[in-house]
Design a protein around this ligand. Sequence first.
Ligand SMILES: Nc1ncnc2c1ncn2[C@@H]1O[C@H](COP(=O)(O)OP(=O)(O)O)[C@@H](O)[C@H]1O
Ligand SMILES: Nc1ccn([C@@H]2O[C@H](COP(=O)(O)O)[C@@H](O)[C@H]2O)c(=O)n1
Length: 202
Amino acid sequence: MLVIGIAGGTGCGKTTVVNQIINELPDEEVGVISQDSYYNDLSHLTLPERRETNFDHPNSIDFKLLAQHLKALKDGHSIQQPVYSFLECNRKEETVPTHPTKVLIVEGILILTNPEIREMCDIKIFVHADSDERLIRRLKRDVNERGWDLDETLEKYQTILKPMHDQFIEPSKEYADIIIPNNKYNTVAVDIVRSIVNEKLV
Ligand SMILES: Nc1ncnc2c1ncn2[C@@H]1O[C@H](COP(=O)(O)OP(=O)(O)O)[C@@H](O)[C@H]1O
Ligand SMILES: Nc1ccn([C@@H]2O[C@H](COP(=O)(O)O)[C@@H](O)[C@H]2O)c(=O)n1
């Protein structure tokens, strides 16, 4: 199994890049695991308390379970991947059966901050977009899709997202084998990664 780790700050375009890479590739050959599925279970908190959580700190992720699942998939075993609700700020009851594939992409803001996960990635990619681009994209998404208002999102950016990005996410760039500039759509970089994936699939 070829494991590709894809990190980068919120709104840099990780999900978009992943979709461009896997577009038209057979589902049974290429799998995707999102770090978001592995946010800690916060069922003991109320929704208002969960909404106050710092979701950009490495401690917000159950990296132990993620590493365990990656190892199982690499060893050829299926896993039950947790499902996350951004509206509820918590894991759902249901899980998704996820089977081993020839290529596995693991994506998330904090993927390259964890030594054990880094160790399991054959190729480490960091998607870069400038902070103003990322803030604009994030604002649109939080307000239109995730039930936050403008002021809440801006405050969260200043008090959590930016400090966590500077402390944990940006420094993890040094571990990347490939950095994809993504202020604009970068079809050349995506094609290079697609050709690496295709090589593994023949
Ligand atoms: N290169 C790009 N140029 C303009 N908009 C982009 C680009 N890449 C992604 N987007 C948009 O920015 C938003 C965030 O992208 P997404 O892929 O979800 O980022 P991430 O997964 O890193 O948070 C989405 O609305 C997406 O369509
Ligand atoms: N309940 C939550 C959990 C996380 N977030 C934010 O998601 C961001 C990571 O996802 P990207 O697609 O942007 O990489 C992260 O910055 C968290 O703040 C959230 O809004 N709500």
